[in-house]
Design a protein around this ligand. Structure first.
Ligand code: ATP
Ligand code: LTN
Length: 335
């Protein structure tokens, strides 16, 4: 990783819990690449987080390597940014344990993602799912991140990470840097195409609800054609028009237009024309990324080298923080 001491540090991560969606792209990956100009960027594939819901082991392995490849295809340059797989760096799980001992149960019980996921995975409400935000806090605090680029759904978890850092610093001064959220202006909350009241999610059981970043053009256009809207006909934003509002937001993010421009462009045209245009605009954005992804997946040796170099560098940085924490809390140091 190329480090510029004048730049602030940005940390973020994505779970290999499915193939990343258009929501992950507009809310995360697209901005991750752009942030490399302004920040020293650190990006992780959060495979330990993915274990909080049941995964098929062979699939998880494949998706983890695919996530590295997709991140690079989106423009994350491993020679400029630190890119690694979370489970390759043992300090994450270790700091999470320490932070657990400074995180009140009540604070974790308020997390809305835990409540949502306990409902959608009622047969497997495990302690890891409950503890998920503490591991996320460890990820961030290990690297002294100044900013954390996240979609809207992760705001509450970041607030918790800040609370943990502030509380810990109150007892053991100057250990952690308190991170700030960094939210994209567009695409922070892409909604499901089948239920626009819910966020688009890569682990949604209905594949028509999301656009995968690796879907082909016809599939993308078809999914937008089938997107749930309302009984109106005018392409205009409005109350109770969650479906159209979502499609307008997606179109804006894909073409760099404003909602007013989009409404003017489609004045007098129906939902059908608009859905087709959104589908084509999204397919145009994703096509070159998929082509680069396919090329990289053919070069496994390169991807494994990126993982190995990333893990080495990440361990170097994060071990310094972990050592400091171990010392502060009173764990016996030898040597
Ligand atoms: P899962 O469905 O397994 O919970 P996810 O699709 O929510 O996964 P994550 O891996 O948890 O994705 O999130 C990676 C990043 O993508 C985070 O920064 C998150 O805020 C962002 N993100 C996820 N879904 C959306 C969405 N629908 N709109 C915008 N950003 C999103
Ligand atoms: N929980 C995150 C993924 C994640 C993350 C992080 C994001 C794991 N560790 C640290 C930012 C910082 C999510 O996006 N669902």
């Amino acid at each position: 990783m190329e480090e510029n001491i004048l730049k602030k540090i940005s940390f973020s991560a994505i779970q290999p819990s499915g193939t990343p969606t258009l929501g992950n792209y507009l809310g995360a990956l697209k901005n991750w690449a752009a942030l490399q100009e302004e920040f020293n960027c650190i990006y992780a594939i959060a495979d330990l987080h993915a274990l909080t819901v049941r995964q098929e082991p062979a699939e998880l392995r494949k998706r983890t390597l695919a996530a590295i490849s997709l991140a690079i295809a989106c423009g994350i340059d491993p020679s400029r940014s630190l890119l690694f797989v979370q489970s390759h760096v043992h300090t994450h799980a270790e700091l999470a344990w320490i932070l657990n001992c400074w995180t009140p149960f009540g604070e974790l019980s308020r997390m809305t993602q835990f409540k949502d996921k306990s409902q959608s995975h009622a047969d497997n409400v495990n302690a890891g799912l409950f503890d998920y935000p503490v591991l996320m806090a460890a990820d961030i605090l290990l690297y002294n991140a100044d900013v954390v680029p996240i979609g809207n759904d992760q705001k509450q978890h970041l607030e918790l990470a800040r609370n943990i850092a502030v509380r810990f610093n109150g007892i053991f001064p100057d250990v952690f840097r308190v991170p700030e959220p960094y939210m994209p202006k567009q695409g922070a909350r892409v909604m499901s195409l089948q239920d626009p009241a819910k966020k688009m999610s890569k682990s949604d059981p209905n594949p028509n609800s999301y656009v995968s970043m690796l879907d082909d053009r016809d599939t993308i256009v078809r999914k937008f054609k089938r997107a749930v809207t309302d009984s109106g006909a005018e392409v205009r934003r409005g109350e109770g028009k969650d479906g159209i509002n979502n499609l307008i937001d997606i179109y804006c993010a894909a073409c760099g237009k404003t909602p007013d421009e989009v409404e003017r462009e489609f004045a007098g045209k129906g939902y059908g024309d608009f859905k087709l245009a959104v589908g084509e605009a999204v397919a145009d954005v994703l096509a070159p990324i998929k082509a680069e992804f396919d090329r990289l997946m053919g070069d496994k040796a390169y991807l494994e080298k990126v993982c190995a170099d990333g893990a080495d560098a990440a361990l170097g940085v994060s071990s310094r923080t972990l050592r400091k924490v171990y010392k502060k809390v009173g764990l016996l140091q030898i040597k």
